[in-house]
Design a protein around this ligand. Structure first.
Ligand code: HEM
Ligand code: HEM
Length: 194
């Protein structure tokens, strides 16, 4: 079991960060979209508090992940990938990281500009990161929603690209990111097919 990534494989920590953040984003998207349509009441308030506390936890995970990434390495890209494909993959990953920060930070700014408190699972109160301001709250909420939908679209593309690597190109890009060891499908070439 390797904590660090190697030329062939993602390390345990990189995989944990990837799948914890992905699960957090899916959960937050579900809670966020559901809670805004709920009638006013205690249940809605509780879901807002859960959404906000989980949201800052995911932001903390993303920051830790970026710090760890600075010390870790990226496994080699398959040789069959051309330069532009590698650059496109790197650019889309960079954009994913930008959005993974922009979505929770805009939510936190919206919360602060609206003058709402930010308790973290009843354990501590997180500070406001912006002054109370109605215009700022409007901009921050719009940013929260728009950046979320861009993130959702990019995640769809990202997952489709990962499956494409596995099914069509038959390279190890997806299998080496999965939490469990998986055999890479044998390439057509290694099976003597055209
Ligand atoms: C990566 C983390 C996050 C994701 C994926 C996310 C996602 C969402 C989504 C999908 C909505 C529903 C938007 C809509 O009305 O269409 C929402 C609403 C909201 N989010 Fe987040 N969120 C995240 C983090 C945060 C954080 C950290 C905060 C505050 C500290 C926050 C505060 C809010 C609030 C207050 C709303 C309700 C807005 C309203 O009442 O219209 N979110 N979020
Ligand atoms: C909310 C969901 C997701 C987010 C935010 C996300 C984000 C990311 C990011 C930022 C990277 C770049 C890692 C780095 O270079 O440091 C990455 C890599 C990767 N992700 Fe995701 N991901 C998500 C879901 C998925 C899903 C559902 C799949 C599979 C179907 C997947 C498959 C992969 C693979 C295979 C890599 C490694 C790519 C490579 O080797 O260059 N991801 N992901």
């Amino acid at each position: 079991m390797n904590w660090r990534s190697t030329a062939q494989n993602w390390g345990v920590l990189a995989k944990c960060f990837h799948w914890l953040v992905a699960a957090g984003i899916f959960g937050l998207a579900g809670i966020g979209l559901y809670m805004v349509g709920m009638p006013l009441g205690l249940a809605k308030l509780k879901l807002y508090l859960l959404h906000k506390a989980l949201g800052v936890s995911v932001l903390a995970l993303v920051i830790l992940r970026l710090l760890w990434r600075a010390f870790d390495r990226h496994p080699d890209y398959p040789e069959a990938m051309s330069n532009w494909q590698v650059r496109a993959a790197q650019a889309s990953h960079a954009l994913l990281y930008v959005l993974l920060v922009a979505v929770p930070v805009s939510g936190w700014i919206y919360n602060s500009a609206s003058g709402f408190p930010l308790p973290w699972f009843g354990l501590l109160h997180l500070p406001a990161i912006a002054p109370v301001s109605v215009p700022l709250a409007h901009v921050a909420l719009a940013t929260h929603k728009i950046s979320f939908w861009i993130l959702a679209a990019l995640v769809l593309l990202h997952a489709a690209a990962a499956v494409d690597h596995h099914v069509r190109h038959r390279d190890p890009v997806l299998s080496r990111m999965l939490p469990w060891p998986t055999a890479t499908p044998r390439s057509k070439r290694s099976r003597g097919l055209p």
